[in-house]
Design a protein around this ligand. Structure first.
Ligand code: MRU
Length: 341
C-alpha cells in the first residue's frame, strides 16, 4: 500500500507524524497555518519536497485566516513570511510559498484565491509523485547494474509526496530487477535512516541492511559499496548540494574509494539564484537532539553541542544529479541549466 505522508481531507491538512515512526502510524489533522509551521519546525513532516508540498497546503489554511482580515492580500503575505521561517535550508519551502503567493496575487477575491491555492497544492502533490517516478527511471540508467548501493537519511515516500527521490531510484531499480544490495545509514541524530528508511523499505519488501553512519568507510574499503545515492535540500546553480549532515563525509569517502556519488532531486530543489554552495544557510538544531536519544540522556547534562542539520557537498564530488528531466553530469552548472531549459 502506498505511503502517503500528506493528505488533504475535510478542509484539514493531515500529516503522518514522522516523530512517532516506526512505533505508531498517527496522522495529525491541522486547520491552522501556524500549527503547520510548528509541525515543519518539529519535523512532524520533513524532507525537502514534503516540506514544500506541506507549505503549499499551509497557504490554503493561511488564506482561511487572511479572508477574515480587512486586507486579505496583506494578511496572506505576512502568513507566508511566518511559514517561510520554519526551516531555512530546504529551498522547496520558499519555492512553494512563492508560487502560491504569485497565484493568489492574480485572483480577484479571497474565495477565488482559496480555490486556486487548493487546486495548485493538490496538483503539486500529484506532480511530485509523477516526477519522482520519472527520476527513478533516469536514475536506474546511470547506476551500476549490480552491487551495493548506500543511501543516507530518508528520501522516500515520507520525504516527498510519495515514491521518493534517491529512495525512488532504489525502488525503481529493484522493480526493474537490478541485483542491488541496499545499505541504509542510520543518520544520527534524528535517525531518519533507522526509523524512516528502514520502515519504508520493510513495508515495500525491499531487502536492505542498516548500518551506523561511521561504518560507511569500512563498507567502502571492503568492496561492499558500488554507488552512493542521496537526496538534497538545496542545490546551488553550480551543483554544490546541501543535504543531511554526514553526506559530505560520504562523498569524500566515495571519492577516495573511486565510487560514484549521485544526488537525486527535483529541479525545484535547484536554487538557480545561488551561484555556489557557500551561500546556503545551514540549519543548526537543538542541542538535546544530540544529547538525548529516544528520550534517554546519552551525554552528561548541559554538555556543549554542535548540531548542524545539513552540510554541503561540492559539485566536483558529484558524478551526476538525477532530476525529473534527466541526469546532469559534469560540468554540473551547464548540465543543470540545460535541464532547466
Ligand atoms: O532534516 P530532514 O529530515 O528534513 O532532512 C532531509 C534530507 O536531508 C533529505 O535527504 C532531503 O530533504 C531530500 S528528501 C527527498
Amino acid at each position: 500500500m502506498q505511503i502517503r505522508p500528506i493528505r488533504w481531507q475535510d478542509d484539514a491538512l493531515e500529516l503522518l507524524d514522522q516523530r512517532r515512526l516506526p512505533q505508531e502510524e498517527i496522522y495529525l489533522a491541522l486547520r491552522d497555518y501556524r500549527a503547520v509551521g510548528q509541525a515543519i519546525r518539529d519535523m512532524v513532516v520533513r524532507g525537502a519536497p514534503a516540506i514544500g508540498i506541506t507549505a503549499a497546503f499551509a497557504m490554503v489554511l493561511a488564506m482561511d485566516h487572511a479572508a477574515a482580515q480587512s486586507d486579505w492580500r496583506h494578511a496572506l503575505r505576512s502568513a507566508a513570511e511566518e511559514l517561510r521561517a520554519a526551516r531555512p535550508t530546504a529551498v522547496n519551502l520558499a519555492w512553494a510559498i512563492d508560487r502560491q503567493l504569485a497565484l493568489a496575487e492574480h485572483c480577484k477575491d479571497a474565495a477565488g484565491a482559496r480555490a486556486a491555492l487548493l487546486a495548485a497544492a493538490e496538483q503539486l502533490l500529484i506532480q511530485d509523485i509523477a516526477d519522482n517516478q520519472r527520476m527513478g527511471q533516469f536514475g536506474v540508467q546511470v547506476l551500476p547494474d549490480r552491487g551495493g548501493i548506500l543511501t543516507h537519511c530518508n528520501t522516500g515516500s515520507l520525504a516527498t509526496g510519495g515514491y521518493g527521490t534517491a529512495l525512488g531510484v532504489i525502488r525503481a531499480g529493484i522493480a526493474a530487477g537490478r541485483d542491488w544490495q541496499i545499505y541504509a545509514d542510520e543518520t544520527r541524530p534524528w535517525l531518519q535512516g533507522a526509523r524512516l528508511t528502514a520502515w519504508e523499505l520493510q513495508k515495500e519488501g525491499i531487502p536492505f541492511s542498516l548500518n551506523v553512519d561511521a561504518a560507511a568507510g569500512h563498507l567502502m574499503a571492503t568492496g561492499c559499496i558500488q554507488a552512493v545515492i542521496v537526496g538534497a535540500d538545496r542545490i546551488a546553480a553550480n551543483g554544490d548540494a546541501a543535504n543531511k549532515i554526514g553526506t559530505y563525509s560520504l562523498a569524500v569517502l566515495a571519492h577516495y574509494h573511486q565510487i560514484p556519488f549521485f544526488v537525486a532531486a527535483p529541479l525545484s530543489t535547484v536554487d538557480f539564484a545561488m551561484s555556489d554552495g557557500s551561500q546556503i544557510v545551514i540549519e543548526e538544531r537543538a542541542a538535546d537532539e544530540v544529547r538525548n536519544c529516544g528520550g534517554q540522556a546519552m551525554a552528561p547534562a548541559g554538555v556543549a553541542v554542535r548540531n548542524p542539520a545539513f552540510d554541503v557537498t561540492p559539485a566536483k564530488l558529484i558524478a551526476g544529479i538525477i532530476t525529473e528531466r534527466g541526469v546532469a553530469q559534469a560540468p554540473l552548472r551547464e548540465g543543470l541549466a540545460a535541464l532547466r531549459g
